[in-house]
Design a protein. Structure first.
Length: 168
């Protein structure tokens, strides 16, 4: 299914003179959504498409507040880590949205879930326009770099790599 996703996305990317998408190690399709935004897309088992991108980092103070709040929340320990990291969910622009914050680095990931692979370049344009607007809005409120002082002992910039893009 990712091949179909990549093909449709590549048709759209070619129509706007962007380089074609590539596939990363976990099978996600990586692409340049705009000059400022590198995004990923993946097919979910239920047929939905998830677009996701790192929007930036929360401040050390906000990360500490999130961690303190976590102490009082009852997380289901059976959930994958990225599910436990979800901070907010909402709907808009014909999609479901979520943001999650990696508790070790402060990296905030924006996710957009659409019901199916967009069928044509116009639909891709509308979906990616909505995703880009939201990503810009979130990025404007976040830091470009990880907090200098991370509240979790042992976490640091060495722990941040391409796998830090967590999907909801």
């Amino acid at each position: 299914m990712n091949a179909e996703l990549r093909h449709g996305l590549d048709l759209y990317l070619a129509s706007v003179s962007h380089p074609p998408a590539s596939v990363d190690g976990d099978g996600s399709v990586m692409f340049d959504a705009s000059e400022e935004l590198e995004a990923c897309a993946a097919m979910l088992p239920d047929g939905r498409v998830e677009l996701f991108a790192a929007a930036g980092y929360v401040s050390a103070e906000l990360l500490q507040t999130i961690l303190r709040a976590d102490e009082y929340d009852d997380f289901d320990e059976e959930l994958p880590r990225h599910e436990a990291d979800v901070m907010a969910r909402w709907t808009g622009d014909g999609a479901h949205w979520a943001v999650d914050v990696d508790r070790g680095t402060g990296l905030l990931t924006l996710s957009m879930f659409v019901p199916a692979i967009p069928g044509d370049t116009a639909t891709w344009a509308a979906v990616l326009d909505a995703f880009g607007r939201s990503a810009v809005s979130w990025s404007a409120r976040l830091q470009r770099e990880a907090p200098d002082v991370l509240p979790i002992p042992g976490a640091g910039l060495d722990d941040i790599d391409s796998s830090a893009l967590l999907r909801c």
